[in-house]
Design a protein around this ligand. Structure first.
Ligand SMILES: O=C(O)CCC(=O)C(=O)O
Length: 289
């Protein structure tokens, strides 16, 4: 039975990429330093305190978790998330390799806390790519998902369940749960998996401990993100972000997929562009490529 390989943040991006191609998931140990985790925890704490468990009305509570806290708009709420996770060179190096072949640019689809509370049952197993079900049938990488542990992340509190190599299975095949493994993490470790890999949040069997993790999903730029990240960030926060981070959160146009274009029309490929009148209004915050 294949397990999820573990590599260190210092080892080459290529090692993690190879593991992702083979197994559909990999753990990068020590992705975040303890100081970064402490800052993120401090920045998010007021939001965590304020937020009642359970997801927005109208969404499937069984999927999102009735006793789980999912807080989005992380770029707006945590400067350290923006500086230490969003533009982490290992994550972007992996995304360049995995997603770069099938898009001009990728962007952030969603970033949220996934704090799984006591007695939360396991989440249904799924593939994140199901959000883009037609594109999913193309059989190319659409999304790279990242779960970073901030605190408890073990079998008791809800380690993520992963079915290694399930990204290679036919989409209509039933899930073979005999290969399922729980992936426990130490604070700062990251579980990275493809959008085509079958997985789900584990059950929290404790009566008093929370599983604490951050999620970030990077998506090919020709698909609509899960969260309207670009609209969630106030201007003063945007002004403090480096250009690369602004582009990842939708404050830049995107290149079309030039790899697939064989005629002169490729000069016109571009997505999410902004008219020059509107561009002026934003005073240099948005860039048309
Ligand atoms: O929290 C986890 O371990 C996985 C969560 C997940 O897959 C999801 O919410 O889509």
């Amino acid at each position: 039975m294949s397990a999820v390989q573990r590599v260190t943040a210092g080892s080459a991006v290529q090692v993690a990429v190879d593991a992702l191609h083979l197994d559909g998931a990999v753990v990068v140990e020590g992705l975040l330093a303890p100081e970064a985790i402490a800052c993120i925890e401090r920045e998010l704490e007021p939001h965590v305190q304020e937020r009642a468990p359970g997801f927005r009305p109208g969404f499937d509570q069984a999927f999102y978790g009735g006793n789980t806290k999912r807080i989005q708009a992380l770029v707006a709420k945590s400067p350290t998330f923006a500086s230490a996770v969003l533009v982490h060179p290992v994550l972007l190096g992996i995304c360049d390799e995995i997603l770069g072949a099938s898009c001009g640019n990728y962007w952030l689809s969603q970033a949220e806390t996934i704090f799984i509370g006591p007695s939360e049952p396991a989440q249904v197993l799924h593939r994140d790519d199901e959000n883009w079900s037609f594109a999913q049938r193309l059989g190319i990488p659409l999304q790279v998902s990242v779960l970073v542990a901030l605190g408890n992340f073990d079998e008791e509190t809800g380690a993520t369940r992963v079915l290694p190599r399930s990204h290679q299975w036919d989409l209509d095949e039933p899930f073979d749960r005999s290969v399922e493994v729980g992936v426990s993490l130490q604070p700062g470790d990251a579980l990275i998996y493809l959008g085509s890999t079958v997985h789900g949040g584990g059950a929290n069997t404790t009566s008093d401990s929370w599983r604490r993790a951050l999620y970030a999903g990077f998506l090919v730029g020709w698909l609509t993100p899960e969260e309207s990240v670009a609209l969630s960030i106030p201007e003063n926060v945007l002004r403090g972000l480096p250009e690369r981070a602004r582009a990842l959160v939708g404050w830049s146009s995107l290149d079309g997929n030039r790899a697939c274009s064989t005629d002169g029309s490729q000069a016109a490929l571009g997505l999410w562009q902004m008219d020059s009148d509107v561009l002026k209004r934003h005073g240099g915050l948005f860039s048309n490529r």
